[in-house]
Design a binder for this molecule. Sequence first.
Ligand code: SF4
Ligand code: SF4
Length: 176
Amino acid sequence: MGIHALDEIGSDSICKVCISNGGSCCQGCRHLATGLGCQQRNTSCTAWLCGFLKYFLYETGLLEEWNDFWKQVPGQEYREDFTPELFFVNKPLHLPDIRSLSVALAADLQELSKSRIAIGFILKLREKMDKYIDQLDNSRLPSKKKTKIKRKIKVLSIPFHRFHNELYNYRQNGMK
Ligand code: SF4
Ligand code: SF4
């Protein structure tokens, strides 16, 4: 279900740019075999979101849907899981086909990685996005602080021109 959802949102185009910039989240994992890829993709790795994907779901209003679904899945650990064969969920995971938005974000990231001389610029951006969006998840955070964080996310996302265009259309018209 998770893999299908990631496919629907088109996360692979964002991952391609990230990986070509040395940002693969699989780096150093013992399940990664040279030339073969992951030998044990598991529930936890599917559920986990990096800063780019968090940002993507945050802007498209789907982050809560994602988090709510995975909160129901037991046994998740770092790069492995102990999820039972069978378990019940109350909320299914439904993400729309929004590949055009991820293609747009991937193109923005690609351009940014070429235009910024600093090595690892987009990866630092990914970490900042990750940190800020996690902070927003804290229900005890005062609303003034939340507003400040949202502003910071907005500033970080200024270079995402293509993505913002697509996002505008998505919010205006919805997607099929
Ligand atoms: S860190 Fe994020 S964008 Fe990069 S490869 Fe992993 S999931 Fe994809
Ligand atoms: S187990 Fe997870 S982190 Fe390790 S190679 Fe597979 S997908 Fe990547």
